[in-house]
Structures are given as structure tokens and as C-alpha cells.
Design a protein around this ligand. Structure first.
Ligand SMILES: Nc1nc2c(ncn2[C@@H]2O[C@H](COP(=O)(O)OP(=O)(O)OP(=O)(O)O)[C@@H](O)[C@H]2O)c(=O)[nH]1
Ligand SMILES: [Mg+2]
Length: 470
């Protein structure tokens, strides 16, 4: 009896909808009889054909009632030289949804007739098998999903980089260096402290230092990659009428939000996705904040504004320069400042931005940036400031690979353990057991990135994010 993970699987691999060509594929072990059966339908006049590895053969496929379904190209990839590392059959037919479903059905019926317990593939299961058969490491599998999902050139390029020379590549290099250091520590553990020669100890410290430096650089790149993948949630808040919706419109280049001179125009959260110099940004316009809401709807809107603050990656606090001297406006801004201070418990970058400088001649900002949503003055500088405050480094851009939150977390853990190992290496008396333990934990975290050591539930989570047929 085959386990669920070993059973042959099949799926339509191309996107649903119409296309010139559509692909149905199957993967599993022992698929040769199925390939032969597909190539040699019962009653065909020609001599039996043998599947040729990686060659396309034209086949006419019929359903159980001998009705023609489609003329397809059959490709045969015997294990281990296939995407999944198992036997793979690909049928390239005409790309209509009905045709492809019929082809899939015919394929499964034939498999079952041959005693192959073929079932439909779950999302990402082909790639999961590629990973389990060591065709890909986990970062490459993730990069494939990111490449499929990429919607901008920038994102696609960094996903492609992650696939070929990205994180997995860098992690392997780090792993070698870490193992080297561990070998020294483990070997020295058997000697009493006075016998560990001073030179060897300083060499170990130098190795640890190098490793730490490499980790710092890699983590910096991974953080950039994470920003590219996830985008950045930028929340605009401020008093009613400060020009928040006008700013959203000016940055997105169209009239997304309603703008009027009535305070309290925006009552709900509005979101617009755009890009700042290739970095995806989710720009969020909110209901204006003031002490006394006009009605219950406005109050709910304000509560929602604060809820957005809790999820923000960065905040633009928009202030009205044309009312900078108005005592009422000053009081309200003071209240917002106090509330921000209470709410921003973790380190969310906050940019103070004065709007409407076109209507405030001679205005001097006490701090922060000056803009005009109306004339677009200062918007470029605002974009640069936002990118800078979230740590986007344009200079690193060419080398940036797509990264995920779990990569950044794992690298942070590795960096901490290697850092602690470094502290231990310098301490007297030298406690090599503690150094060894820190390095062991560092390697465990590092191996988790490429999947050498990864919990099953994490694998399930990663692969379920794929589309079916990949
Ligand atoms: N002169 C000038 N007027 C502006 C500027 N930005 C916005 N306004 C005007 O200010 C008024 C309020 O603009 P909105 O964008 O609706 O302000 P808001 O902050 O979204 O207001 P609420 O939705 O009520 O919280 C409108 O009449 C805008 O035309 C600016 O840069 N200069
Ligand atoms: Mg508004």
C-alpha cells in the first residue's frame, strides 16, 4: 500500500481559462505502463510505441466511450530526470477548460485501470515532491511560488535571483563556515582549558567574527527582499481636512478617494496599492482624528484609524500648515501626538509631514517635511523619506533576492546565536560547552531555512500557498 505522499498525482498545470496550449501532468513512481498505454490506445493500427525520454510524441486521446477528446503531445520524463524527481508524464493539449478536464479524467481512468492509485494533486504538491526528492531546497521552492505570483518586473527579477543564486546559495556558504567553526569547538572540548593553545583560540574568534559579518550582510539583504515581497503598509493619519485623501490621490495619480472641504469626509479605511521606486506600497487613507466625533459613524471611523496604526510598517502624520497657528488645530495635533506616543509601543517609523504649504506663505516647519498634495510639491522627497525610514537601500537593489518573514526570523536567530558564541569565546574561563551549544542552535536555525531541518507543519504551510499543478 502506497502512502499518501507516494501515491501518483495528477493535475491541470496551466491557468484556468482559455489558452493556445494547456498542460496536464502526472507524477509518481512506476508510470511507464501508463505512458505506454497512453501512447498505444487499444485498436491503434501502428506497431506498439515505446515512450522516448524527453521527446514529444503526437497522440490522439479518447474517452471511455471512444469519443475523441483531443490530439495531444505526450512527454515522458523518467525518474530521476524530471521536475519532481519521480516519473512524470506531461500531456500538452489545446488550452480550453473542458478539454483539459477531460484529459485529466482520461489520464486518471487509465491509471486506475492499470492499478495505479492516482489521485488529484494538492496545491504545490509537485514542487513539494521536488523538494522531498532533493531537486530543490526550500528557498528555491518558495522562490518558484514567488516567481509565479510576481506582479512587477522588480519582484520577478528578485524571485528569479532567489531561485538561482539567492538565499539558499548564501546559506550553504554560511553553513560550511559554521561547520568549520563547530568542528574546532567540538574537537577542543576534550581538552582541558589550559591545553587549548592561544593561537587556536584567536583563530576561532576570527572565524566567528567573519561569520558574524557575513550574517549581518545577508540579513540586510533578506530584509530588503522581504520588503519587496510583502510590500509596505503606509498609513496616513491626521486631523480631518489635513489633506490625507488628497495625498493618497496625488501619490496614486488618480481620484481614488473623495476629497471635499467638509471635515470628516473620509469615514472608512481606504487602501491603494502602488509602488515607490519598485517597492510595493499599500497606502492607507484613514478617517480624520479629532476629539469630538460628529456622529457615531465618524467615531467608528476613528477607531478604525487606530486599528490601522497597529498594523502599519510606517506612518505619515499629516498636519495642516495653513492652520499651524490656529490654537484649535494646535490642540488637536497635540492630542494626536500624545495618542501616537501611547500607541506606538514598537518601533514603527513615524514621519511628520506638513501639507498645504502652498496655502501657507512663509511657513517654517518646526520639524518634518513640507509638501503640497495640491501642487505635488515635495512628494518626491516624501517618497524618498518613506523608503529611507523603512530601510530600503537602493544601492543594494541589484543583489536583492525575494525573502520571506521566516527567512528573516531564522537569520536573526542565527545571528544571535553566533553573536553569543562570540561573547563566550572571549570570556574567561572559556566555557567551550556553551560555545558549542550556541553554534549547534545556530546551525539548526540555518538548516531550517533551506529545509534540511524543517517541521512537517511548516512544510504544509509553505506548499499550500502554491497553485494546483505546480
Ligand atoms: N491649498 C491646498 N489645499 C489642499 C491641499 N491638500 C488638500 N487640500 C484641500 O483640503 C481639503 C480637505 O482635503 P481632504 O483630502 O479631503 O482631507 P482629508 O484629510 O482627507 O479630510 P477627512 O477625510 O475629512 O479626514 C480639500 O478642500 C482639499 O482640496 C494642499 O496641498 N493645498
Ligand atoms: Mg479624507
Amino acid at each position: 500500500m502506497l502512502s499518501d505522499r507516494q501515491a501518483p498525482i495528477a493535475a491541470v498545470a496551466t491557468a484556468s481559462g482559455k489558452g493556445a496550449i494547456g498542460v496536464v501532468r502526472a507524477s509518481g513512481s512506476g508510470l511507464l505502463p501508463l505512458a505506454k498505454a497512453l501512447l498505444n490506445p487499444v485498436g491503434t493500427p501502428h506497431a506498439p510505441r515505446e515512450p522516448q525520454p524527453r521527446q514529444a510524441t503526437l497522440v490522439q486521446l479518447h474517452d471511455e466511450q471512444h469519443q475523441p477528446i483531443d490530439q495531444v503531445l505526450l512527454l515522458w520524463f523518467p525518474a530521476p530526470h524530471s521536475y519532481t524527481g519521480e516519473d512524470v508524464i506531461e500531456l500538452q493539449g489545446h488550452g480550453g477548460p473542458w478539454v483539459l478536464q477531460r484529459l485529466l479524467h482520461a489520464l486518471m481512468v487509465r491509471a486506475q485501470a492499470l492499478g495505479l492509485p492516482m489521485r488529484l494533486a494538492r496545491p504545490g504538491e509537485f514542487t513539494e515532491r521536488a523538494y522531498l526528492n532533493h531537486k530543490l531546497d526550500l528557498t528555491q521552492a518558495e522562490a518558484i511560488a514567488d516567481l509565479i505570483d510576481a506582479s512587477t518586473e522588480q519582484a520577478a527579477r528578485s524571485a528569479a535571483r532567489a531561485l538561482t543564486s539567492g538565499l539558499g546559495h548564501a546559506v550553504h556558504g554560511l553553513r560550511d563556515a559554521l561547520i568549520h567553526l563547530r568542528m574546532w569547538v567540538e574537537a577542543s572540548l576534550d581538552f582541558p582549558e589550559e591545553e587549548i593553545d592561544f593561537l587556536a583560540q584567536s583563530q576561532a574568534q576570527a572565524k566567528q567574527h567573519d561569520l558574524h559579518e557575513q550574517l549581518v550582510a545577508l540579513l540586510r539583504q533578506a530584509r530588503q527582499g522581504l520588503l519587496l515581497r510583502e510590500g509596505l503598509r503606509l498609513v496616513i493619519l491626521g486631523q480631518p481636512n489635513a489633506g490625507k485623501s488628497s495625498l493618497l490621490n496625488a501619490l496614486s495619480g488618480h481620484e481614488r478617494a473623495i476629497v471635499t472641504d467638509v471635515p470628516g469626509t473620509t469615514r472608512d479605511v481606504l487602501q491603494e496599492s502602488l509602488s515607490f521606486k519598485g517597492v510595493p506600497v499599500h497606502l492607507i487613507d484613514t478617517a480624520g482624528l479629532r476629539q469630538h466625533a460628529g456622529d457615531v459613524v465618524e467615531q467608528i471611523g476613528m477607531d478604525r484609524t487606530w486599528a490601522q496604526v497597529d498594523q502599519a510598517d510606517a506612518i505619515v502624520w499629516l498636519r495642516d500648515a495653513s492652520r499651524a497657528k490656529d490654537p484649535e488645530s494646535q490642540r488637536e495635533d497635540q492630542r494626536i501626538a500624545q495618542q501616537l506616543q501611547q500607541r506606538l509601543t514598537h518601533n514603527i517609523p513615524l514621519l511628520e509631514v506638513w501639507n498645504k504649504v502652498d496655502a501657507a506663505p512663509g511657513f517654517q516647519a518646526p520639524q518634518g517635511l513640507c509638501i503640497s498634495a495640491k501642487t505635488a510639491l515635495g512628494l518626491e522627497a516624501l517618497i524618498d523619506a518613506v523608503l529611507q525610514t523603512v530601510g530600503w537601500e537602493a544601492a543594494l537593489q541589484e543583489g536583492v533576492f525575494m525573502a520571506r518573514e521566516r527567512h528573516v526570523q531564522a537569520l536573526t536567530a542565527v545571528q544571535q546565536h553566533v553573536g553569543q558564541a562570540g561573547d563566550q569565546l572571549k570570556s574567561t574561563p572559556l566555557m567551550l560547552e556553551l560555545v558549542a551549544e550556541e553554534l549547534r542552535q545556530a546551525q539548526q536555525a540555518l538548516d531550517g531555512i533551506t529545509g534540511e531541518f524543517t517541521a512537517d507543519d511548516l512544510l504544509g504551510e509553505i506548499f499550500s500557498g502554491f497553485c494546483i499543478g505546480k
